[in-house]
Design a protein around this ligand. Structure first.
Ligand code: KIV
Ligand code: ZN
Length: 528
């Protein structure tokens, strides 16, 4: 006979199940306008996600472009412990291309999606519901012939008729799907409604016990994280999310918020993830640096102010006991308390230790380059703050592998007019121009356009001071758009004009890289 204590222990152990973390920063995240990533950046991000313990990395949408195909294939070659997923529509050609890209993967997943709401079936797919069911059966069975791990997603699940959705899910399970994803594609659902959907599906779907149910929530009403957690409460055991909440429109559920909510409130949701949360800050900074999407100061978990205590009462409480105002430590998300003060006498070992504290691990060459830039900055600036070092490293990361580089800039500004003398190095060859403009930044950008003629329109020019003081570095973001392609560039420098020139050139490099990816089958973002 088992004692009641044993029973309680067994029940608790059973309840402490795992939640699978599925990261879609490189797929849904990259679908957000302007958030393009190069192949090298994706490879680096994949390594960070794997080290962090992400279970499934959705590396791209192989049919969408050669670039996406290559990204999925190259990531599949290097990642060993995480599963690599590729997205495809319910077409044989999509699925074949995805399977091809996943060939090198130790663990690969084909992710098939088709819409199930009346609205999407009628207007977008222009298919009858019965045709959609047949397509699900055919496409999932085809995918399952190519890979054992097949996820099926019901796009717009939260606005789908529940009885029809049940039939669709059952068709997918019968055809061999191993994960069933019920996305809140348009960020419309409500926590109690989403929890109920999973509760109902796990109870009513035939074969529900053979699959893992998954959430995928968009943040249009700011409810993506709350909805995802409610989905877990309802029975989902996989959460799809993205670093910094990157994703279509208002974004996806933020990975860092999901992971920390499950960790900090394990008393309410007794589920574990495999994530080592101390890697969160590093991942967040890296994604912000390569996409040029700044993280808002008050963003939960990874915002600059997430652990800052300004008011006297709070500071007093913190000094007496950190738990008065801190529900988790900065260290638990990879923000080590800063102990090292950096200045022009700091050596490379101290610099490397500081970078580690800040969540960066650079290779030998990148470290050497960053250290040289740090020394230059320390010569120009009295105090080098952590934020200066972050801006400097992000700047170097953004510039890796550029074909065009700014080598010289001289700007004349003031009441008598503005002009810029600029030298760019293009594939190793120097080219010069002198231009005037309506203001010094305009003069600099005109000079760039003279040297590299292009049609791209400037969609964003944003400057912010990294720290306080008149010697602060300026961090500049530039967004360019050409033929529907959007690329972002970033740069930081104590000289605002130099930062502006470098940010523009960075965006131009990214745009050229994007242009090189030709799409075998044109695809509108978000159209499955
Ligand atoms: O939002 C959505 O429905 C998606 C699917 C492809 C999973 O991104
Ligand atoms: Zn999505």
């Amino acid at each position: 006979m088992t004692s009641s204590i044993d029973n309680t222990a067994a029940a608790a152990a059973k309840a402490r199940e795992n939640v699978i973390i599925f990261d879609t920063t490189m797929r849904d995240g990259e679908q957000s306008p302007g958030a393009s990533m190069s192949l090298d950046e994706k490879l680096e991000l994949a390594k960070i996600l794997e080290e962090m313990g992400v279970d499934v990395i959705e590396a791209g949408f192989p049919i969408a472009s050669n670039g996406d195909f290559e990204a999925v294939r190259e990531i599949a070659k290097i990642v060993k412990t995480s599963t690599i997923a590729g997205l495809c529509r319910a077409h044989q050609v999509d699925i074949d291309r995805c399977a091809e890209a996943l060939k090198p993967a130790a663990r690969g997943r084909i992710h098939v999606v088709i819409a199930t709401s009346d609205l999407h079936m009628k207007h977008k797919l222009q298919m009858e519901p019965e045709q959609v069911l047949e397509t699900i059966t055919r496409s999932v069975a085809h995918a399952r012939n190519l890979r054992d791990d097949v996820e099926w997603s019901a796009e717009d699940a939260t606005r789908s008729d529940r009885q029809f959705l049940r039939r669709a899910v059952e068709a997918a399970i019968r055809a061999g799907a191993t994960t069933i994803n019920l996305p809140d594609t348009v960020g419309y659902t409500y926590p109690s409604e989403y929890a109920d959907l999973f509760g109902w599906m796990t109870q009513n779907v035939e074969g529900a016990d053979r699959v893992i149910f998954s959430t995928h929530c968009h943040n249009d009403l700011g409810l993506a994280v709350a909805n995802s957690l409610a989905g877990v409460q309802g029975g989902a055991r996989q959460v799809e999310c993205a670093i910094n909440g990157l994703g279509e429109r208002a974004g996806n559920a933020a990975l860092e918020e999901i992971v920390m909510a499950l960790k900090v409130r394990a008393d309410r949701l007794p589920f574990q993830t495999r994530i080592d949360s101390t890697h969160i800050t590093r991942a967040s900074r890296y994604v912000s640096a390569i996409t040029g999407f700044a993280v808002q100061y008050n963003k939960a978990i990874v915002g600059k102010n997430a652990f800052a205590h300004e008011s006297g009462i709070h500071q007093d409480g913190m000094l007496k006991n950190r738990e008065t105002y801190e529900i988790m430590t900065p260290e638990s998300v990879g923000q080590a308390p800063s102990t090292l003060v950096m200045g022009k006498h700091s050596g490379s070992h101290a610099f490397r230790a500081k970078l580690k504290d800040l969540g960066y691990e650079l290779g030998q060459n990148a470290l050497k380059e960053a250290f040289g830039r740090f020394k230059d900055l320390a010569d120009r600036k009295k105090h080098v703050y952590d934020d200066d070092i972050i801006a400097l490293v992000d700047d170097a990361l953004a510039r890796g592998g550029e074909r065009i580089r700014v080598t010289h800039l001289r700007v004349i500004a003031g009441t008598e007019g503005q002009s810029a003398d600029l030298t760019l190095e293009i594939d190793g060859i120097e080219k010069k121009a002198t231009s005037t403009g309506d203001g010094p930044v305009d003069a600099v950008f005109n000079a760039i356009r003279e040297i590299v003629p292009h049609e791209a329109a400037l969609r964003l020019f944003q400057v912010h001071a990294v720290t306080e003081g008149t010697d602060a570095q300026a961090q500049v973001s530039v967004r360019l758009e050409e033929d529907g392609r959007i690329a972002t560039g970033q740069a930081a420098d104590t000289d605002t004009m130099t930062a502006s020139a470098k940010a523009y050139v960075n965006a131009l490099n990214n745009l050229m890289a994007r242009k090189q990816k030709s799409a075998p089958e044109p695809l509108v973002a978000g159209q499955f």
